[in-house]
Design a protein around this ligand. Structure first.
Ligand SMILES: Nc1ncnc2c1ncn2[C@@H]1O[C@H](COP(=O)(O)OP(=O)(O)OP(=O)(O)O)[C@@H](O)[C@H]1O
Length: 599
């Protein structure tokens, strides 16, 4: 989507606020421009005897209060006008800041909400492939670039434009030749500023990228600090960091040098402009071609005009940066989200499952699952075994509609899975993933995250089944113990068990354990499985595991090889065949120590 169109959409509800802030900057600029005119009238017409030379509206105002004579007798009016104008300027600068910041914050909030909502609803496949660091950067620093531009720089463009228009009009109405002189170097300064900032855009980008690289190295290093220690790689990591640090210093220093050169040169150009006004202005004043007041007005205006003109180049290049950030945010929003399709239904799920010739492959990859067929009755436990990469996780991911199968059919309670709403089926399937993720919250919050209405006793009951209750009671704050950086450090097995408690709290009719008992010892594994059986008999359960003791008790064991089912049966049936299952059984029972990499 066109980035400006996108911005316009996000500005919904804030356009008036924005307009008000631009009007405020207009009024504040006008007040600051009238100030020197009051000085001119004081010098030329109140101290001196020249007739009032100012825009008609000001002349009319003075005439309405009785003309210059009244001003000469009441000098306080001029002082009051100066104070009044300064107050007006202050008030409108305040409203400009308040309104532009509040509009920018509100727009940033809109974008943040939209992004978060969108990311939450993007398909699983998107998240598997997306780089978290890149996503975070888009949601934070890109968004901040836009926020800053809207809050500060956009209104600064407004101020510069108002300044040029208002000052231009007044200058030309006061004295045409002085106006030409005053504006003669301004286009050169403006062009120089735009060209310079366009040219150094790359230097800004390089410095930003070097900073990002530095943060990545730091982040990676902190995340992987245990690996670094374990392999004694501190020196290597320090050298890597030093190299990135030096690169960042060099690029930033180069940028600073370039900027120093720019400010020096644009200072020179500005001084030439001011000198021109002063030299010719003084000459014409001495020759009575212009008044002293006019000279004061022109020199003051010159000072007011040059700063925003010099800044404009920088702001315009930042505009480019903001448009790039908008594009990057737009790229996320362009990805289609998962929505409920009109044909999708939300039936009661009992847990009867049938796979019929199901084939599936990830984009452009070989078949991950090839003609897989099996049937499961409600309440049965199915174990899945196979070498790594044989398609075990993919099979259960299809069941939860994290991906859709390419051909064949999967039926749940005789309803084609593709006709069941994705969110609904996921609500009815509890999955404990291979690598459990716990939030930096309390243990209690981590368990109840899947069911926020869960009562205290339900949380404890799930923890008991997952064999983690006693461990939790051993912590100082029990269930309120925080997990993660500020709390306890849990072992892999403890994390897995909390993840199991979190999944079973939901009472789903289908449960999937994707290698999620791998980090617990055999005895705890058995305790958990027995407790699960005792709890509810009619839950259809899938257990993916490499451990014979875990799968042996299942009603059926499916052995996968290269996406195909090569064996299926219960433990005693499979043990009689001379297949992969038996080989694994032998190895794990210490009867065969061949160096086969079987599972
Ligand atoms: N999102 C993905 N995109 C592309 N290919 C994928 C994706 N996920 C898995 N694969 C590939 O599909 C194949 C099956 O992966 P899957 O995770 O189902 O295997 P697995 O049997 O569960 O392995 P493991 O025991 O190691 O967990 C592998 O070759 C893997 O590289």
């Amino acid at each position: 989507m066109n980035s400006l169109k996108l911005l316009w959409k996000f500005m919904k509800g804030n356009k008036l606020l924005y307009l008000a802030s631009i009007l405020s900057i207009g009024i504040a600029t006008l007040a600051s421009i009238i100030n020197p005119l009051v000085l001119k009238i004081s010098i030329d017409s109140v101290i001196g005897d020249n007739p009032i030379d100012a825009p008609n509206i000001i002349v009319n105002m003075i005439n309405s209060i009785g003309g210059v004579v009244v001003l000469k007798r009441n000098l306080w009016i001029l002082a009051f006008a100066l104070i009044f104008l300064t107050i007006i300027q202050g008030i409108f600068l305040y409203t400009k800041g308040k309104w532009s910041n509040s509009a920018a914050e509100s727009i940033a909030k809109n974008i943040r909400e939209k992004l978060y909502d969108h990311i939450q609803n993007l398909p699983y496949n998107y998240h598997v492939k997306a780089e978290t660091g890149d996503l975070i950067q888009r949601c934070t620093s890109d968004l901040d670039t836009i926020r800053k531009f809207l809050a500060i720089q956009f209104v600064e463009i407004g101020r510069a434009v108002f300044m040029i228009i208002f000052i231009g009009i007044i200058m030309f109405s006061l004295d045409v030749k002085m106006a030409f002189i005053s504006m003669s170097v301004v286009p050169i300064i403006f062009s120089f500023s735009v060209i310079f900032f366009l040219m150094v855009k790359k230097a800004f980008k390089l410095s930003d990228e070097a900073e990002a690289e530095l943060s990545t190295v730091l982040q990676e290093n902190l995340n992987g600090v245990r690996v670094v220690r374990a392999f004694s790689k501190e020196k290597f990591e320090i050298e890597k960091f030093d190299e990135k640090n030096e690169n960042f210093r060099y690029l930033t220093y180069r940028l600073i040098k370039l900027l120093a050169g720019y400010w020096a040169l644009s200072d020179l150009l500005s001084l030439i402009q001011i000198a021109l006004v002063l030299i010719l202005g003084v000459y014409w004043t001495v020759n009575n071609e212009i008044t002293l007041g006019t000279l004061v007005v022109f020199t003051t205006y010159e000072g007011m005009l040059l700063w925003p003109v010099r800044q404009l180049g920088r702001i315009l290049t930042d505009l480019g940066k903001s448009l790039v950030s908008l594009d990057r945010i737009g790229e996320i929003l362009e990805n289609p989200i998962e929505k409920k399709e009109s044909h999708e239904i939300m039936p009661k799920i009992n847990g009867n499952i049938e796979f019929n010739n199901v084939s599936f492959s990830y984009e452009n990859y070989n078949k991950t699952l090839n003609n897989v067929s099996f049937k499961v009755k409600k309440g049965e436990t199915i174990a899945i075994m196979g070498k790594t990469g044989s398609g075990k996780s993919s099979l259960v991911h299809l069941l939860a509609r994290l991906y859709d199968y390419d051909s064949g059919s999967i039926k749940i309670d005789d309803i084609e899975l593709k006709n069941i709403d994705k969110k609904w089926i996921r609500k009815n399937i509890g999955i404990v993933l291979q690598e459990p993720f716990l939030y930096s919250r309390s243990i209690k919050d981590n368990i109840s995250i899947a069911n926020l209405k869960a009562k205290e006793n339900e949380i404890v009951e799930s923890a008991r089944i997952a064999s983690i209750h006693n461990v939790i009671l051993g912590f100082n704050k029990g269930y309120e113990t925080p997990v993660g950086e500020k709390g306890v450090t849990l072992s892999g097995g403890q994390k897995q068990r909390i993840a199991i408690a979190r999944t079973i709290i939901n009472d789903s009719p289908i449960l999937i354990f994707d290698d999620s008992l791998s980090a617990v010892d055999t005895e705890t594994d058995l305790t958990i499985r027995s407790a699960l059986k005792m709890r509810k008999k009619d839950v259809t359960t899938f257990i993916i595991s490499h451990r014979i003791t875990t799968v042996a008790e299942a009603d059926r064991i499916i052995v996968l090889e290269d996406g195909k089912i090569v064996e299926m049966g219960n433990h005693s049936q499979l043990i009689k065949r001379n297949g992969l299952y038996k080989k694994v059984f032998k190895i794990q029972n210490g009867q065969n120590f061949e160096k086969e990499n079987i599972v």
